[in-house]
Write a protein that binds this ligand. Structure first.
Ligand SMILES: Cc1ncc(COP(=O)(O)O)c(C=O)c1O
Length: 500
């Protein structure tokens, strides 16, 4: 491991080599085989362009748009593009944030601060709403009312309506949900909220940049944007299906009055008067310039083509799941997600044995298909999530064989059998009992001590049977265990040839 602060500077080429070497441990961000975290359009030259644009504006500070009008111009251009795509009117306004979570926190803040008279503001979301809403509620001390979704995995307008109280400052839903990729009935939900005079936020962080194109291609998806009366704000992440590098999302409001309580202003100190539309104060222009470059390089026609490729890839992957004995689609593949679960009800189980979904995820990874296991939740079984992007079109035809092979291997391995003592010990644990020492011991016992995360079936199986609050405590402890300062070695030979 290198020192971040060597005694003397290190030559640039060496530094870049070290960074490239570090990156080799990462999952592949390109190549259409990683189905979470990254969004790859597989367009030649786009990465280089975005990198160059990022470099031009990396040191520009969003703190003060009068000092750096370039950033203001770029942000206004991005917001303008999002307003057009999501059919905002002439009154629509927005802000550029660093990601979906920040956009959602700010949507909740704007709603909360529009009702200063309330001492106990509340937020209503469906149970499939993104975890970032819970984070927003937690950070902002807004009570969270989570409403179970229907059997179709969509928010239930009647149940959501029943959850609205005089203290509700915001109702929100997804277009689409991350876990399953299904679109909530936005028109019905917006009507319910409007009837009660409550703001309604559409979380289109995930799919907001691709749904309009899928609709143009004829997908039978409901309206979800500002064309729907009652929608007061929408979030859309440019670092997802707009394919911009990480660090850019847009939060739109139907009009300026709705946005105003989102701002933070403070003149009560001797320094500059701080006026922040978003959470960060100092902000790099780099990601914003990279997003502008990405949007301009791809263009409207390009996004339509990318959506077409994505749609084809989804259909191919979904067909592969349907054709493979032992797994089945868990949610309709109506957007850009393929969500599957184990199907152990078939006759084959008697001869071939059941499929353990977490073993399957490991077996898929061993074959180069990196998916995202999702734990059982309430009545919902464990599932495997695949976020599909345009790059997957090139690999999609190979997936069926890989899946069949992985299912056969998972069957041959059989389900994870956790040691009874471990299950009993976990069953007796409460979140309060989780200490750093306990987490370190567990991590060692489960083979995670050495930093190899390729065999996760046992860990996932254990977490799957762990109540959510305990799972949170264990994973918090584990992340904290990972996040330790690197010990600085003695100055290495070769140090001392760098800048300065
Ligand atoms: C629907 C939805 N909302 C919000 C977020 C949070 O976005 P970010 O990870 O950029 O903070 C995500 C991320 O996947 C998402 O899918």
């Amino acid at each position: 491991m290198f020192q971040a602060l060597p005694g003397k500077g290190v030559p640039g080429e060496q530094i870049l080599d070290e960074l490239r070497e570090l990156r080799r441990a990462d999952l592949p961000t390109h190549g259409g085989r990683l189905f979470a975290y990254v969004y790859d359009p597989a367009l030649d030259g786009l990465d280089d362009l975005a990198r160059a644009a990022h470099a031009i504006s990396a040191h520009v500070n969003g703190l003060d748009p009068t000092a750096f009008p370039s950033l203001l111009a770029m942000e206004n251009a991005l917001v303008g593009a999002a307003v057009k795509l999501l059919r905002g009117g002439a009154e629509a306004v927005g802000s550029v944030t660093n990601g979906g979570t920040e956009s959602l926190i700010l949507a909740v803040k704007a709603a909360r601060d529009s009702r200063p008279e309330l001492s106990g503001p509340r937020l209503v979301i469906p149970s499939t709403g993104h975890a970032a809403f819970a984070k927003a509620a937690h950070y902002l001390r807004v009570a969270l009312d989570v409403v179970p979704v229907g059997d179709d995995l969509r928010a239930d307008p009647a149940a959501m309506a029943a959850a609205i109280t005089p203290d509700t400052v915001l109702v929100a839903a997804s277009a689409p949900s991350y876990a399953h990729g299904v679109v909530d009935p936005i028109p019905e939900l917006a009507a319910v909220a409007a009837e009660r005079g409550v703001r309604f936020h559409v979380d289109a962080c995930f799919g907001g940049w691709v749904l309009p194109y899928l609709r143009r291609l004829g997908a039978g998806l409901p309206e979800f944007d500002f064309a729907v009366p009652g929608v007061t704000s929408i979030s859309v992440d440019l670092h997802k299906y707009a394919y911009a590098p990480k660090g850019v999302s847009v939060l739109l409001h139907r009009d300026e009055a709705l946005r105003l309580p989102q701002y933070f202003a403070y003149a009560g100190w001797p320094g500059y008067t701080m006026i922040n539309p978003v959470i960060s104060s100092t902000r790099s222009g780099g990601p914003i310039a990279a997003a502008v470059a990405t949007l301009r390089a791809i263009g409207d026609a390009g996004y339509l083509e990318l959506a077409e490729r994505t749609r084809e890839a989804v259909a191919i992957l979904a067909a592969a799941v349907t054709a493979t004995d032992g797994v089945r689609l868990f949610a309709p593949p109506e957007t850009t997600v393929v969500c599957l679960t184990a199907d152990n009800d078939t006759a084959t189980v008697n001869t071939a044995g059941p499929v353990d979904l977490f073993v399957l995820a490991d077996e898929l990874a061993a074959r180069g298909w990196h998916t995202q296991p999702q734990m059982a939740f309430g009545d919902l079984p464990a599932t495997i999530h695949l976020t599909v992007t345009a790059a997957v079109r090139a690999t999609a035809d190979e997936f069926a064989a890989g899946l069949a092979d992985a299912v056969a291997a998972a069957r041959a391995r059989g389900p994870v059998l956790l040691p009874e003592a471990l299950v009993a010990a976990a069953g007796a644990l409460t979140p309060e009992m989780v200490t750093p020492e306990l987490v370190a011991g567990l991590a060692e016992g489960l083979g995670l001590g050495g930093g190899d995360f390729t065999q996760m079936a046992a860990v996932n199986s254990l977490l799957d049977v762990t109540p959510p609050a305990l799972r949170e405590a264990l994973l918090t402890g584990f992340l904290s265990l990972l996040q330790r300062p690197a010990t600085e070695p003695a100055a290495a030979a070769g140090d001392g040839h760098g800048v300065g």
